[in-house]
Each structure stands twice: as C-alpha cells, then as structure tokens.
Design a protein around this ligand. Structure first.
Ligand SMILES: Nc1nc2c(c(=O)[nH]1)N[C@H]1C(S)=C(S)[C@@H](COP(=O)(O)O)O[C@H]1N2
Ligand SMILES: [Mo]
Length: 207
C-alpha cells in the first residue's frame, strides 16, 4: 500500500538516507538491558520516500529465511520467517530507527546485518533483525512471537514495569555491565516521546 514501491540494496539505504548515531537503551522481554550506540536513520524517511497510501495502517517486517545458513530456522518449533509489525504512527515516530551499524561499524550478522529495526520503547523482540521485506498493510501483522505464545508476547510489547509477563515480573532489569538490578521505566524511559501514541488505551489489555 505505497505509491512508490522499490527495491533497495544496503548501499542505497546508506547513501540515500543520512546515517547518524543514536544511543538507545534496549530492554529485552526476559529482563536484560543494554545501552547501544546504533548507526542508522529514522524509518520515517524511508516511509516518506515510498509514500504510504491512506489505506495503510500497519507496517509488516520480514527477516531473511535461509535455514541452510541459519540452522535454527530448520526447527519447525517456530513459524519462520521472523515477522514483526508496528502501527504506522509508531513507525513514523522519530525514535524508530532502521539500523545499519553499531559502535561505528557495519552490523555483524548476529546483530541483524545488513539492516534491522530498533524500537527503543518496546521489548527487544520487536526490533527485528536482517530485514528483507517491508510491507504497508491494512491489517495488524501477526508476529512470530504472537504465533508462538499469544498470551505472553503481545503486538504492542511496550516496556511496562506495571504489566508482568505471565511467568515473571517486569518491574526491574539487569543492565549488562552492572551488578544487581535496576528499576524498569515506563516505555523504557521514552514516555515523553511516545506515551501520547497510546492515550486512552488500556495498556494491560494491549500488552
Ligand atoms: N530476525 C530476528 N530478529 C530478532 C530476533 C530473532 O530471533 N530474529 N530476536 C529478538 C530479540 S528477542 C531481541 S532481545 C533482540 C536482540 O538483539 P541483539 O541480538 O542485537 O542483541 O533482537 C530481536 N530481533
Ligand atoms: Mo529478547
């Protein structure tokens, strides 16, 4: 659902969109967190280039499916390929990054080369790695984790210390490089930038 669909290789993304460094907190749903200096550009710039139509309500992201190279994908335990999604207004938020590097260098395969999403106010699993396809759609995408355990991993997955995972509390986290735990912040500390996106929404029901 775009006016200008296109095929971009990684060099197109690096040259057509100014790369900058963004230092973000990352909070995994399993309770670890880390501060990461990403290289990349706001997803909104790519979306503006392809011009979503007014029917587009969600963005759907798909990871490379290459089980001969990524042996875990041979397991039928999960519904590969890895899929994630955002609402268009979440995707257009300035914090939402398409990352091409970290620590000033190109992404390595394990960090999601050649390009990955970074959505710092959501649990890490929303930040889909090694993206090969992005679609603008009118229906809410179903992620790999929602398919695997819909009661544990919701579509929104906003970091929220007040909404526990069914199997553990989300009130604190272990920051890599620190001893002990620190309190988890609402929207991972990015309330000022994103809380307005969810005004009037029941964040317990829409976990
Ligand atoms: N394609 C793909 N993206 C993915 C995952 C994955 O298994 N496959 N894991 C997710 C999870 S659970 C987290 S916490 C982050 C971790 O990012 P990192 O590997 O750069 O630390 O990637 C997310 N993106
Ligand atoms: Mo994770």
């Amino acid at each position: 659902m775009v006016q200008n669909p296109g095929v971009y290789n990684i060099d197109d993304l690096r040259t057509q969109f100014v790369q900058r460094e963004r230092v973000y907190r990352m909070r995994c749903v399993e309770g670890w967190s880390m501060v990461i200096p990403w290289m990349g550009f706001p997803l909104s710039e790519l979306l503006n280039a392809v011009e979503p139509t007014s029917d587009a309500k969600y963005v759907r992201f798909e990871t490379v499916y290459r089980p001969e190279e990524m042996p875990g994908q041979s397991s039928s335990y999960y519904d590969w390929p890895y899929i994630e999604g955002l609402r268009v207004d979440e995707a257009m938020n300035d914090l939402t990054l398409l990352a091409t590097g970290l620590y000033g260098r190109d992404l390595l395969p394990q960090s999601g080369a050649p390009v990955r999403l970074v959505v710092p106010w959501k649990y890490g699993f929303k930040s889909i790695k090694s993206i090969v396809r992005i679609d603008l759609v009118d229906e809410q995408p179903v992620s790999l984790w929602e398919t695997a355990a819909p009661n544990e991993y919701g579509f929104y997955a906003n970091v929220n210390p007040d909404v526990s995972h069914p199997r553990w509390s989300q009130s604190s986290e272990r920051r890599i490089g620190e001893t002990g735990r620190r309190p988890t912040l609402a929207f991972n500390g990015y309330s000022e930038e994103v809380a307005h996106l969810y005004e009037g929404m029941d964040l317990k029901a829409n976990f």
